[in-house]
Design a protein around this ligand. Structure first.
Ligand SMILES: Nc1ncnc2c1ncn2[C@@H]1O[C@H](COP(=O)(O)OP(=O)(O)O)[C@@H](O)[C@H]1O
Ligand SMILES: [Mg+2]
Length: 239
């Protein structure tokens, strides 16, 4: 049977804010994403995009509802099993790059491999190959603050790829970049999706970034307001 890589079923997330009150960040969200898709999740600030990404990335759990990753119900897994699933299947890219400032570019990219138990020479060999893939092979010995924002995000993408994940989750990956660099980063994502079949989910609040994907899930007030081919969803949101 052809089961989706990701399936969200009636997902609800509420954050308690004291005195018995809570904020409803996600309200009954349903969708499925197949392996190999390139999807943008777009919505205004505070609409629940990061909350959703944290659940998709197994960094947080839903209040009610189910999240299935690769057919496994994340709510039924122990914290350890969830972490193992996350490390095996998912690479993360964040708005702020999240590189370790005192480590070299090579060491930053090698880190997930060391965590996964590989030895240092093999980790470094694979990290160097990963840097080549994003066009930064010559910068391996530099430190993050010696690189431009766009280069730092490429390093973060190499780091996300080094464990050969099936899924990349990127939360506002171009939020700190100028528009030309943003285009370059989105093109790199598109190449990874096409050439290697990596499933990509990119959160953004900008239509021009969302357009790099094929499918758009539009989130408003913690609910799905539109889901389909990018241009048709964008047209509906504009009207
Ligand atoms: N840890 C938290 N505690 C309380 N409220 C939160 C927390 N995280 C997010 N929220 C609230 O949930 C809503 C959705 O937030 P978020 O998922 O960060 O939205 P987005 O990423 O789309 O800007 C907002 O109202 C936000 O204030
Ligand atoms: Mg956010």
């Amino acid at each position: 049977m052809n089961r989706p890589l990701i399936r969200a079923v009636d997902l609800v997330k509420s954050y308690p804010i004291g005195a018995g009150e809570s904020v409803a960040a996600l309200r009954h969200v349903d969708f499925a994403i197949d392996a190999g898709e390139f999807v943008s999740i777009m919505g205004p600030s505070g609409s629940g995009k990061s909350t959703l990404m944290n659940i998709l990335g197994c960094l947080d759990t839903a209040t009610t509802g189910h999240y299935f990753l690769n057919g496994q119900d994340s709510g039924r897994l122990s914290a350890d099993a969830l972490a193992a699933l996350r490390n095996r299947l998912i690479g993360f890219v964040f708005q702020g790059f999240n590189l370790l400032p005192r480590k070299t570019i090579l060491d930053n990219v090698a880190l997930p491999l060391l965590y996964a138990g590989l030895n240092r020479p093999e980790s470094h060999r694979r990290a160097a190959a990963g840097l080549e893939r994003v066009g930064l092979g010559s910068l391996a010995r530099q430190r993050p603050n010696q690189l431009s924002g766009g280069q730092q995000q490429r390093v973060a993408i190499a780091r996300a790829l080094v464990n050969e994940p099936r899924l990349i989750l990127a939360d506002e990956p171009t939020g700190n970049l100028d528009s030309r660099t943003s285009e370059d980063i989105m093109k790199l994502f598109g190449q990874l999706n096409e050439a290697r079949g990596i499933t990509l989910i990119v959160v953004t609040h900008e239509p021009d970034i969302a357009r790099h994907a094929r499918r758009l899930i539009h989130v408003v007030d913690g609910m799905i307001a539109g889901d389909g081919a990018v241009e048709s969803v964008l047209q509906r949101t504009a009207s």
